[in-house]
Design a protein around this ligand. Structure first.
Ligand code: SF4
Length: 716
């Protein structure tokens, strides 16, 4: 009999609801959930084809089905049953723990894990192993947004909601291409503009993307100049008297210092440095400041930068200075890339966070979490974030890496270093749903994980909305839920450790029990969900946090009383000067390379790459360049070129692209070596755009600069 299960799309941070159709233990269809507030029944091309990523054939042939241990990296993995694997792995971990201590361990997890999985990993890392070295691939995605919100508004909390797209009079999209990366939100934006043609849309992007095509004004800035643009816009607002002086006086701090800083960037100079017309900069400033409600949407174009936090802060400065915040339709709105980047932040499964938006650097916060977990204390040693973890492994300081639901041998910057790090580790554990990711070649231990449609829990989307994820069918083979895998190894490990917590730390044995532990950690915090339960999520549907005890529904917007989450309730202006990207353009590397998503693909394509029709739009990777740059190198579309940076090189076909300005290049981020075949693969080993990227990161967020590399292109 056909069964229908309401769940959530596992791709992007829009967090659309899906109805999974299943029959006889297999998924046979998917459609949008009309009751889900994020999408009201709509799905994009990736969501519509989810069932094709979980066919019986794919579940049998593409999935990791059995726990396995490789006797040496040169040998094939040998299958083990779970009890044997758990015991053997616990013994090996205990021996390495005794020999090297807790700081020799690193856990690199994923914004695609459910909040319950995140919580189980966090307890394992900090509680069982005693290390803070747990970080997520959300470090590559949203950590500059986290740092920006915390510095300016006092808490990691997007103050806005999707409804604000309908209500805003001016929308500024910067460093984001929602037409491709957040398609359902973009459809909502298109609908809003049809209903209200007077709504202004400004898009800031070095490329003329499909999003930019919809704009009333496209500011095609030079890559990396975002801070200059925001400072120039603010200068214009000051000069023209477009500020909200009362809001600044009553609800903020630090404006005088910022005013001094932006004095150096009058609109003519800012426009010149950004490579745009002064008149366009002034028009953008006018629309943003003078519209009744202005909303900004932003994503990796701001975040993935060695000055990512400064870019976020510069944008939030504009909102504060113009009073464009804390009202319907107004405010800064970071779009999350991954489906549960927000949940990982809430649960504290990241190096720089503890549960309930606590700070691992605060003794009081550590003590509060220790008390919640029934432990004497939590580890105090500073944590290593994602890039730092792989650097430490490459130096031989981290000996054990446990990687879950992510593929660092493709997605981390500076692949040469990442691969050296993985090769040097004494033990690499890979917990994965799919069998053949690039990282699998480096793994000693393979742990098969359940995937979409097979597991239970919750995720939080870009607008702080918590949705249930539900299992429609059982996982294939011996695959298990991620939380259960790490908990079972933890239970086997605890008796083998010289000192450590009692088994009570790992008592929670269901997703709901884990979620209730997470909920307890939010009580009295900015993200308080004490009033929420699995039962309420089932009966009311998805809910936005905060949802404190006694609430009857979640809160759509934050700070409407104009009290921010700082100690004195005032938001902070952040005066950060412009810093150029880490990679310098020069005669040897004269082209600015940026990267981004395609509409039909997701991350490293371990899931979306299973659906042939998703290659209909773009079948193979190609380096996009301006026709003039191709011509000057004697290249034509389709010919192979050698692309080199200071960090590596690859060989790819080139493609003339009028959406780019001269001296720029663009490469979709999705391809790695597994997905390239034929002539390109023979010409050179290809490990995707991260063969070229550098690992420089933002000093405040530790987010690496995936969005900018200086490259040269020559005929191959
Ligand atoms: Fe899934 Fe994102 Fe598409 Fe919605 S917009 S269906 S969450 S990929």
């Amino acid at each position: 009999m056909r069964k229908e299960t309401a769940s959530t799309c596992p791709y992007c941070g829009v967090g659309c609801g899906v109805i999974i159709e299943s029959e006889a233990g297999e998924i046979c269809g998917v459609r949008g959930d009309p009751a889900h507030p994020a999408n009201r029944g709509r799905l994009c091309s990736k969501g519509q084809t989810l069932h094709l990523t979980a066919t019986p054939l794919i579940r049998r042939t593409q999935r990791l089905l059995q726990p396995a241990w490789r006797p040496s990296r040169a040998e094939p993995p040998q299958a083990l049953d779970w009890p044997t694997m758990n015991q053997r792995l616990a013994e090996r971990l205990a021996a390495l723990h005794a020999q090297h201590g807790p700081q020799a361990f690193g856990l690199y997890i994923s914004g695609q894990l459910l909040s319950e999985d995140y919580h189980a990993f966090n307890k394992f890392a900090r509680g069982v192993l005693g290390t803070n070295n747990i970080d997520s691939n959300s470090r590559l995605c949203m950590s500059s947004a986290v740092a920006g919100y915390k510095q300016s508004l006092g808490a990691d909390a997007p103050p806005t909601c999707y409804e604000d797209l309908d209500l805003a009079d001016c929308i500024l999209i910067t460093g984001a291409n929602p037409a491709w990366a957040h398609p359902i939100l973009f459809r909502r934006l298109e609908a809003a503009r049809q209903r209200r043609p007077e709504q202004k849309l400004i898009v800031v992007d070095p490329r003329r993307t499909e999003t930019a095509e919809l704009a009333d004004l496209h500011l095609q800035i030079l890559p990396g100049t975002d801070v200059i643009l925001c400072h120039g816009l603010l200068h214009a607002c000051i000069w023209e008297g477009w500020l909200d002086a009362r809001f600044i006086a009553e609800h903020t701090q630090g404006f005088a210092e910022l005013k001094n800083l932006v004095r150096e960037l009058p609109p003519p100079e800012a426009a010149r440095l950004c490579g745009i017309k002064e008149a366009d900069l002034l028009q953008a400033a006018r629309w943003f400041a003078q519209s009744p409600a202005s909303l900004s949407l932003y994503c990796q174009g701001l975040n993935q930068s060695s000055s990512g936090t400064a870019k976020n802060s510069a944008l939030i400065n504009l909102h504060l200075a113009c009073g464009q915040i804390a009202r319907p339709g107004a405010g800064p709105f970071s779009l999350t890339g991954q489906p549960n980047a927000m949940g990982g932040r809430e649960v504290g499964g990241m190096a720089t966070l503890l549960p309930g938006h606590r700070d691992p650097g605060s003794a009081q916060d550590r003590a509060e979490v220790a008390a919640l977990w029934g432990q004497a204390e939590l580890p105090e040693a500073p944590a290593k974030t994602a890039v730092e973890m792989f650097e430490a492994a490459a130096r031989g300081e981290i000996k054990v890496l446990w990687i879950a639901c992510t593929n660092p041998a493709q997605s981390m910057p500076d692949q040469a270093l990442v691969r050296r790090a993985l090769a040097r580790c004494e033990l690499v554990i890979l917990q994965e749903a799919f069998a053949d990711t690039a990282t699998a070649a480096f793994a000693d231990v393979l742990l098969p994980a359940a995937s979409w449609g097979e597991k239970e829990g919750t995720v939080t989307n870009s607008e702080r909305c918590i949705s249930r994820v539900r299992a429609a069918i059982a996982p294939p083979g011996e695959a298990r839920a991620d939380w259960r895998i790490v908990r079972d190894v933890g239970l086997a490990l605890l008796p083998l450790l010289k000192s450590g917590p009692g088994p009570a730390l790992l008592a929670a044995a269901t997703p709901e029990a884990l979620w209730l532990e997470h909920r307890a950690a939010t009580a009295g915090r900015d993200l308080d969900i004490s009033g929420l339960s699995y039962a309420l999520l089932d009966s009311l549907g998805p809910q936005q946090w905060p949802f404190p005890a006694g609430a009857s529904q979640g809160q759509a917007r934050l700070y409407q009383d104009r009290r921010f989450a700082t100690a004195d309730g005032r938001a902070r202006f952040i005066a950060q000067p412009y810093q150029p990207p880490h990679d310098r353009l020069d005669a040897r590397y004269p082209l600015a390379l940026t990267s981004g998503r395609l509409r039909e693909q997701w991350h490293g394509m371990s899931r979306s790459g299973l659906v042939p029709r998703l290659f209909g739009h773009t079948a193979q990777p190609a380096l996009h360049m301006h026709a003039q740059d191709l011509h000057s190198r004697g290249l034509r579309t389709g010919e192979l070129a050698r692309i080199s940076s200071r960090h590596g090189e690859l060989i790819l076909p080139v493609l003339a692209d009028a959406s780019l300005r001269p001296a720029q290049a663009y490469l979709p981020m999705h391809w790695g070596e597994e997905f390239v075949s034929g002539q390109e693969a023979e010409a050179a080993p290809f490990s995707g755009v991260n063969a070229l990227s550098n690992r420089a990161f933002c000093p405040s967020s530790q987010q690496p600069e995936l969005k900018f590399a200086a490259v040269q292109v020559q005929a191959a």
